[in-house]
Design a protein around this ligand. Sequence first.
Ligand SMILES: [Zn+2]
Ligand SMILES: [Zn+2]
Length: 255
Amino acid sequence: MKIKVLGCSGAEFPGHNPPGFLLDGKVLFDAGSLTNVLDTKGQSAIKDIFITHAHLDHIRGISFLADNIIVEKRKQRVNIISIPSVIKTIQRHLLNDSLWPDFTMIPDYENAVLKYVELKVGKPIAVNGYKITPYEVNHSVPAVGYLVEGKGGKRLFYTGDTGPAGATWKKIGDKEIHSLIIEASFPNRMRELAILTGHMTPQLLGEELQKLKHMPGHIYITHPKPQHLKAISAELGKLKVKNLKVLRDGDTITV
Ligand SMILES: [Zn+2]
Ligand SMILES: [Zn+2]
């Protein structure tokens, strides 16, 4: 599997865009970056968008993608996939015909640009030849990470935003994760704030890795606050973890 990093920041600045991870050009994980990065061709290829949680920096791209599909009269239809509480928040607070049009009714319900697909925690869904399973993580709002299993037995886990998540790793159990995309939002000196808001510091991340049954072959860091990127990177380096990389917008991950 090939993942293109559209964005991987915990805030927005030029060159630092919010999270969006595009699998094989078709399946998007989080929509913090989408239309701001992909041209019409890239946007048109997207069929499924998995959302980890309903914070704005992970969902905003849905709105602009739907708008472009209508304006360009594309035949494209897109599934918005997540657990029910996340879907409900998007429905009530984003695509509510007030903040933005309800694109699940445009042009009409049958032919709508967007369709909601609800997942059950722990229950896999088959998409584009992959088995994708949501696992609850530890954030300030209902949130899941996604385990993506390919045909060749390769596994990727993307945490989305999370604080320490012992229960998640327990559920994943014996399954070996070949590539882990995990967040580290704050530097170590902001540990209390990280825990309070459901985020990670390098030190917390180091503690999490101890809880995993198998050390992932590759660890990719997402969601750092650009204001603290230097400190976070230095502190991650001190963990002396093999094959750990702080992601940058535009990177490609091959699993
Ligand atoms: Zn969040
Ligand atoms: Zn976030």
